[in-house]
Unconditional design. Structure first.
Length: 159
């Protein structure tokens, strides 16, 4: 069976490879730095501490992607449900990487029930599942007037 050229005169095999490469690029998680930049550009006041994990170790590339997606969702939640400011902390030990995001939780208006930040939506469920697949854990909940999200991931390869 002969290959049919695409309308642009490129054989479909090459066209398909190009599409696959573009799709992979679009599906790749954004860098941690980019996630922070986007949140700031959308008006979230951020304080970042600790060293942002670098992706130069082979065992870290997947971990960095998981952390990126978790950070993205955590900052989206902080912007939607919080007081307009968040603190992001990265910490590492020889065996674990930790991402902690805290933000103020405005009180619910009288008679309107709990703050929306107290609701457990699919975002938290998805973060928890993503971390579990990478061998990590997620804790999220209110601590006084703060919403605290802590994601822990092992640094080494999952066994």
């Amino acid at each position: 069976m002969a290959r049919t050229p695409s309308p642009r005169g490129v054989p479909e095999g090459r066209d398909a490879q190009s599409r696959d490469a573009q799709s992979s690029e679009l599906l790749a998680p954004p860098s941690l730095e980019h996630v922070v930049e986007v949140a700031r550009s959308r008006g979230l006041s951020l304080q970042v501490s600790g060293e942002v994990p670098r992706g130069d170790e082979p065992t870290r590339s997947g971990i960095r992607g998981v952390l990126s997606r978790v950070l993205q969702e955590a900052l989206t939640n902080a912007a939607a449900h919080g007081d307009g400011a968040a603190r992001v902390e990265f910490t590492e030990t020889p065996h674990q990487m930790r991402l902690r995001v805290t933000n103020g939780v405005p009180d619910a208006p009288v008679g309107r029930g709990p703050s929306p930040a107290l609701a457990t939506g699919t975002g938290i469920i998805t973060m928890r599942e993503r971390l579990a697949q990478a061998g990590g854990t997620l804790q999220a909940g209110r601590d006084g007037d703060l919403w605290v999200l802590t994601a822990d991931l092992p640094r080494g390869r999952r066994r």
